[in-house]
Design a protein around this ligand. Sequence first.
Ligand code: NAP
Length: 248
Amino acid sequence: MTDGQRGVVLVTGGSRGIGAAASIALAADGWDVGVNYRTQADEAARVVKACAEQGRRTVAVQADVTQADQLERLFDTVTAELGPIGAVINNAGVVSPAGRVAEYDAERLERVFRINAVSAFLVAGAAVRRMSTAYGGNGGVLVNISSRAAVLGSAGEYVDYAASKAAVDALTVGLANEVATEGVRVVGVRPGLIETDIHAPGRLDRLGTTPPLGRPGTAQEVAEVIAFLASDRASYMTGTSVDVSGGR
Ligand code: NAP
């Protein structure tokens, strides 16, 4: 690798919010970036342009990460366009509508667990099959985007979302131990209240000043931690998750 290049990173859900900010921060840190999106091609193109302005190679790839065949195509396309993948940011996710546990139906539960938990496992598996030395890879890093909700529980809002993110936390610990001797680090980030479009209208206005730091965080503040964890600067970190939550 030359010019301070770190290799190739794939960011799921890179078209908006935390994934978009992470893509641009990783490009600024020397990574070539595969930007995955599901529906927002224009937003993904904007992120690709911003990554290219950092002097890095970049590609946008449409894929729904809940679909195993689309996921394989996503990893294969990024590898073919940019080269072997050395880091994956497991970021795509959704929240549920506000509601109490007693009101949840199976359809709601299956949706949030499918997108946040099942897809996180599918992405992790695909990442290990490309990066682990046990599969012929060169090693790498998987950064799982969880949530402080996994610890706080989100009572009255979306306990199902919180539980789906607790599954991501367990994935981080368990998988890290599985692949620690195969050149792969697995780490997590638990954002708190971050200014993105994921929130229901009015939620940030209502809760934004409740963190001890007195404000919501920005996607950029989460992206900086993701870039650090993906880099060799975090070379002795695995099986752990970092809270980026203003003390919340
Ligand atoms: P966001 O602004 O709503 O962006 C979500 C991104 O995920 C979009 O790029 C979207 O793509 C993509 N996406 C959703 N479902 C997908 C699928 N099935 N396949 C591929 N891409 C998919 O959300 P965000 O706030 O940045 O959240 C990013 C991650 O951080 C999520 O895992 C979320 O749970 C977590 N998080 C966020 C906060 C917060 O306060 N914002 C706090 C804690 C944790 P398209 O737009 O192209 O459809």
